[in-house]
Design a protein around this ligand. Structure first.
Ligand code: NAD
Length: 424
């Protein structure tokens, strides 16, 4: 039996990071102290311990969470993560960031996040399905298309979402595609959802490069940590637009070619071998080496807590575009800001995923589906507007992009709370 031993220090840090960012941002608002205190708290937290039958017939216990941070602007929205590193504190942090992200891009949603302490690579397909269905059934008191709508995150994918949709539908007795987003197209998924987060990251990168006078795609060197949903689609889109991807990595390590990687060939290599390492036309490097490579743009697209006090001074990229949630700690932020490195924060840079998830939910509720061109055009309008607004706020208040994005988002959530009033 694999015993999950989550690293509490690392993930307690994610929540400390979220709260430290919040405390920094509220200084630039005129909100009253009681309202500031209100928004520090998650609204609801559910912990579930549940059994799963392994293929050998034994029963193993697993722990999962779902946290709704704030629901003033609408039903809560946020992914489900399967990882051995999942803790309640990590899920709290991620749910808070979802509240700010949805508000920043003006979606009618609050923030949520869920997770199960499990390494999905240690489960067979049947075990993964049983774990997912049992976790989904445990969430039903807190989940509905009007209340809380999950989506994929690290370690989960469209198939996992299809099992959640089916479990919920079997329980209520009819099909409810709008219960979850990031589903396969065959059960009410949206065109473009799989690529949406990575594409949005690159859209933000392009706006940033333009703003700072970088116009030559072929001369722009990009390093990407994480080659899953976000990292691989960001790499693929940027490569198709002519940018030079000099390094990518996954949990096993990275690869580097200063002349640029052939990303479609790397994707084929990963499909065949399960990892990026040992790609013929590149040298193997570690994840630590990737973060400090000589490049123009660094895209952390794996997990939180990667750019810290320990390595921020060594980062050579001029631009950090956060594909992952929470990849930079507050100390890392301070060092990069002092050095003049531009950071496009997670709640803006990776918002493409939740934006197209919103489109999927709207399409499911209307039972009327849009084509990919329509999806990407709408995605571009929303994310580019949010980018311009964040850039403007940063300039007006003389603050960094992360604080600017959070100020805008926090003010919107605060406005919804006070407009609704305090029940009873
Ligand atoms: P994924 O599971 O598809 O991919 C994760 C990638 O990171 C994999 O390549 C994995 O090997 C790698 N990885 C895992 N642990 C690592 C480690 N310790 N060091 C280096 N690499 C490691 O997950 P994803 O959906 O691409 O999510 C990645 C990040 O983006 C997460 O922070 C997630 O919260 C965030 N995010 C995802 C979405 C989405 O739509 N999927 C949307 C917004 C934000």
């Amino acid at each position: 039996m694999v015993v999950a031993m989550p690293n509490h220090r690392e993930h307690a840090d994610a929540y400390q990071t979220a709260l430290a960012q919040y405390d920094r941002a509220v200084r630039y608002t005129s909100l009253k102290d009681d309202l500031i205190d209100y928004m520090r708290y998650p609204r609801r937290e559910l912990t579930v311990n549940f059994p799963v039958r392994r293929d050998d017939g034994t029963i193993e216990m697993f722990t999962g969470y779902r946290v709704h941070h704030n629901t003033a602007m609408g039903p809560s929205k946020g992914g489900i993560r399967y990882s051995l590193g999942v803790t309640l504190d990590e899920i709290r942090a991620l749910s808070m960031w979802m509240s700010w992200k949805c508000a920043l891009v003006n979606l009618p949603y609050g923030g949520a996040k869920g997770g199960v302490v499990v390494d999905p690579r240690n489960l067979s397909l049947g075990e993964l399905e049983r774990l997912t269905r049992r976790y989904a059934s445990e969430l039903i008191p807190l989940m509905s298309p009007q209340m809380d709508i999950p989506a994929p995150d690290m370690g989960t994918n469209a198939q996992v979402m299809a099992w959640i949709m089916d479990t919920y539908s079997m329980t209520v007795g009819y099909s409810v595609p709008a219960i979850v987003t990031g589903k396969p197209l065959s059960v009410g998924g949206s065109e473009g959802r799989t690529e949406a987060t990575g594409r949005g990251v690159i859209m933000c990168m392009i706006s940033t490069l333009k703003h700072h006078g970088y116009h030559d795609a072929t001369a722009t060197r990009i390093a990407i940590q994480g080659f899953g949903n976000v990292g691989s689609h960001a790499a693929d889109y940027a490569h198709a637009l002519g940018y030079k991807i000099v390094a990518v990595s996954d949990v096993y390590g990275g690869i580097h070619n200063p002349n640029g990687l052939d990303i479609p060939a790397v994707l084929r290599h990963v499909k065949e071998t399960g990892k990026v390492h040992d790609f013929p036309d590149a040298e193997n490097i570690t994840n630590d080496e990737l973060l400090v490579l000589d490049c123009d743009v660094l895209i952390p697209a794996a997990l939180e807590g990667q750019i810290t006090r320990e390595n921020a001074d060594d980062i050579k990229a001029q631009f950090v575009i956060e594909g992952a949630n929470g990849p930079t700690t507050p100390d890392g932020d301070d060092i990069l800001n002092d050095r003049g490195v531009v950071i496009v924060p997670d709640i803006l840079a990776n918002s493409g995923g939740v934006i197209v998830s919103y489109f999927e939910w709207v399409q499911d509720l209307q039972a009327f589906f849009w084509d990919k061109d329509d999806i990407f055009a709408r995605l571009g309008r929303i994310i580019n507007n949010a980018y311009q607004q964040t850039q403007q706020t940063a300039e007006d208040l003389h603050i960094d992009m992360r604080t600017a994005a959070q100020v805008t988002a926090i003010n919107r959530v605060a406005n919804a709370i006070t407009t609704r009033g305090f029940y009873p």
